[in-house]
Write a protein that binds this ligand. Structure first.
Ligand code: ZN
Length: 484
């Protein structure tokens, strides 16, 4: 299969490509331990994209999107976007809450390396993708609705313009439509330079804000309005308050799911219209667009609610969709991580040389370009995820496909130093812990995890903890973070 013609790439999505997409939908081979499964053998265009848009939908679980098999109609626009480009089937977040995971997304470094685990200022020595592109003459823009991915923690490194406004601390976050309007205003100040724009939207984050028409679309009979900001909510969000979980009924959980889905559908609708307007511009027709999430959300899958407490699949499996000139429709089966995104974007933007034809590196991340072009992709070291929060939780995950080993300091039941082993292919919902049933695999992976963790921490930077004022502290608590 050849790459798409240059020009209005989105316009080619449709019936004409149906056969092509079906062919590309078959993974070349099952991904194995650290290996690769190639996608379509597409040729990338000789000319780099004019712009790169990185859209992060905060708290978006992969399995609540139609293009990842969800049964409810939450994401028609994202599904069409996914069908027109590359959809990575297994993308591992770097952590299960915003700050460390977004720092990894932008730097390509694992959390143990950048050290920004909780309310930390990103170290100066950290190189973000924005700094690399700015040094190459790109215009660099950011619009973020999340205080945990904002200038207060130095996420503005390398950005010419960074829109962030939390002057109204009483509201949870700006609506996705408002954030998109700010991104469009910045993009419109086009001065002819190639542009990188990171847009970080928030409605899928609790309390899952969506217009009533979208709420109505997903409200099922028998669901009960779960009160956000109530004492039950606050105590359920805090690890260790296990007893209060009994106060959350199945009708409450149904309401949470309904609200969550409505917020996805609203976000999908706003972003779908935004991308359509981009496509109508000259620059937008040669624009590389990436859509992903910083982490997912627990909806009582493993006994908890929210994020940033555990590393189970509902909080670390995120969507990764890539669409743009020369990106052929494909499903990529090889497991990848958010740490790989920066390297991939840099290489596609012509700003990162590939190493021996095997894709370039940025931080710990490996460029995924070979997976888009049928080239060689060999993961050199296992992917990891990490949670290191003072009160809410500490855990470390090592992925050696299809195995996932998770070591948790204290679990929801109050048990200490818990290890769990899951097979992501045989048990996608992570219901069967294989730790005792497979002692050999467990022992091998626990040793690998310890060695990998020690090696990463030995190369860690010192990220200084930021001092939050009482208002910032209250805002963190309103978002469910508890604060330091
Ligand atoms: Zn987040």
């Amino acid at each position: 299969m050849t790459g798409l013609a240059k020009g209005a790439w989105w316009a080619t999505c449709g019936a004409a490509l149906a056969g092509c997409m079906l062919a590309a939908a078959q993974p070349a081979r099952a991904p194995d331990d650290g290996g690769a499964a190639g996608a379509a053998g597409a040729a990338l265009p000789a000319v780099a994209p004019r712009n790169v848009l990185l859209i992060v939908i905060d708290t978006l679980r992969q399995d609540h999107l139609g293009c990842y098999g969800y049964g409810r109609p939450t994401s028609p626009h994202l599904d069409a976007f996914a069908a027109a480009g590359a959809r990575f089937q297994h993308c591992l977040a770097a952590s299960s809450w915003t700050e460390p995971s977004t720092a990894s997304l932008l730097s390509g470094l694992h959390a143990a390396r950048h050290g920004a685990h909780e309310y930390s200022v990103l170290p100066d020595e950290l190189e973000l993708i924005s700094e690399r592109l700015a040094a190459a003459g790109w215009r660099t823009l950011a619009v973020s609705g999340n205080p945990n991915a904002s200038p207060q923690f130095r996420f503005d490194q390398g950005f010419d313009q960074f829109w962030f406004d939390d002057s109204d601390k009483a509201r949870e976050y700006p609506d996705v439509s408002e954030l998109v309007a700010h991104a469009e205003a910045l993009l419109a100040q086009d001065d002819g330079r190639p542009t990188f724009c990171w847009l970080h939207v928030m409605n899928v984050h609790g309390p899952y804000v969506a217009p009533e028409a979208f709420r109505d679309r997903f409200r099922r009979p028998g669901s009960r309005d779960f009160p956000f900001q109530s004492e039950v909510w606050k105590e359920v969000m805090r690890k260790g308050e296990v007893a209060r979980r009994a106060d959350v009924t199945p009708a409450d959980v149904q309401d949470l799911e309904d609200r969550y889905d409505a917020a996805i559908a609203w976000t999908d609708d706003v972003l779908g219209r935004f991308l359509a307007r981009r496509r109508a511009t000259t620059a937008g027709q040669n624009e590389l667009v990436v859509i992903t999430a910083d982490h997912g959300e627990e909806l009582f899958d493993h006994g908890g609610f929210g994020h940033g407490f555990t590393l189970h699949r509902e909080v670390v499996d995120v969507p990764l969709l890539l669409c743009g000139p020369g990106i052929a429709p494909a499903r990529v089966a090889a497991p990848v991580g958010l740490v790989d995104v920066a390297a991939t974007l840099l290489e596609l933007a012509g700003q990162l040389p590939s190493v021996g034809g095997a894709g370039g590196r940025f931080g710990d991340g490996q460029s995924l370009v070979p997976l888009l072009t049928g080239g060689e992709f060999e993961r050199d070291l296992p992917l990891v995820a990490q949670l290191e929060r003072e009160r809410q939780g500490q855990a470390f995950l090592l992925q050696s496909w299809p195995s996932r080993l998770i070591e948790t300091r204290v679990d929801y039941a109050g048990r200490r130093d818990v290890a769990e082993l899951f097979d992501r292919v045989a048990d996608p919902a992570e219901r069967r812990d294989l730790l005792l049933a497979e002692p050999e695999r467990s022992t091998r992976l626990r040793a690998l995890l310890a060695a990998r963790r020690a090696a990463l921490e030995a190369q860690g930077m010192a990220a200084q903890r930021a001092a939050l004022d009482p208002e910032q502290q209250r805002q963190m608590e309103a978002l469910g973070y508890g604060g330091p």
